[in-house]
Ligand binder design. Structure first.
Ligand code: HEM
Length: 190
């Protein structure tokens, strides 16, 4: 059962990647292709961060461990989409012009927090294996709690980059706060 659930979650998680690849190869990205890729990968990064954070509450609510079996995979997909998102900006938008990129990181606050969120995801991805879990022991849990900060930085990045209507990023923020609240409440009662 768990095996089929994990395989299904894996296949479903690749759909946003397949969808954007299909659009790239069939030239269906519209008049601003780089913006479209950035938009798609950015939204999916935030969604995968939220899916990852939702697994513990789902376990508590349903009393089923099956959710935890896909948490690590969802976190790695968040890193995967965040890296595609970052590479779109670094490679396609700025053609790896490190001077311009570092200027952007230091002068645009939304790029600064986005970059910080991506950087913080790196150690989590590197230590996501079962082996690293047993090496780091109690520090693993502490390190992986960074996922809440990363989600908050990601949503701040979104709020700061939006020029007019902030409804969508605020909805994401509300969901993250609720998930964080659930976590704090559960920790207090367990
Ligand atoms: C965890 C990390 C990150 C998350 C969750 C995230 C999320 C998002 C989201 C949701 C959007 C808006 C998409 C839309 O148009 O609806 C976006 C846009 C954008 N992000 Fe990120 N992002 C992250 C990291 C980064 C990094 C590392 C960079 C570059 C260094 C970056 C650069 C951009 C740019 C340039 C845009 C488009 C801004 C515009 O439309 O003018 N992001 N991101």
């Amino acid at each position: 059962m768990i095996k089929y659930f994990r395989s299904s979650v894996f296949l479903l998680s690749t759909i946003p990647f397949i969808f954007i690849t299909y659009k790239i190869f069939l030239n269906k990205l519209g008049p601003e292709p780089i913006k479209e890729i950035t938009h798609h990968t950015g939204e999916w990064t935030l969604l995968f961060l939220i899916f990852t954070l939702a697994m513990s509450p789902l376990k508590q609510i349903t009393n089923m461990n099956i959710w935890i079996s896909v948490r690590r995979m969802l976190g790695l997909f968040a890193f995967f989409y965040a890296s595609l998102h970052m590479l779109t900006y670094v490679g396609l938008d700025y053609r790896f012009d490190m001077n311009e990129i570092s200027k952007d990181i230091l002068t645009k606050r939304f790029i600064f927090v986005g970059f910080a969120a991506w950087l913080l995801l790196v150690p989590l991805a590197l230590t996501s294996s079962k082996k690293m879990m047993s090496v780091l022991k109690q520090y693993w849990k502490k390190l992986h709690r960074l996922i809440y900060l990363i989600a908050l930085l990601g949503v701040t990045h979104f709020i700061w980059l939006v020029k007019r209507d902030v409804t969508e990023p605020l909805i994401y923020l509300l969901i993250i706060i609720l998930l964080l609240g659930f976590r704090i409440k559960f920790q207090k009662t367990s």
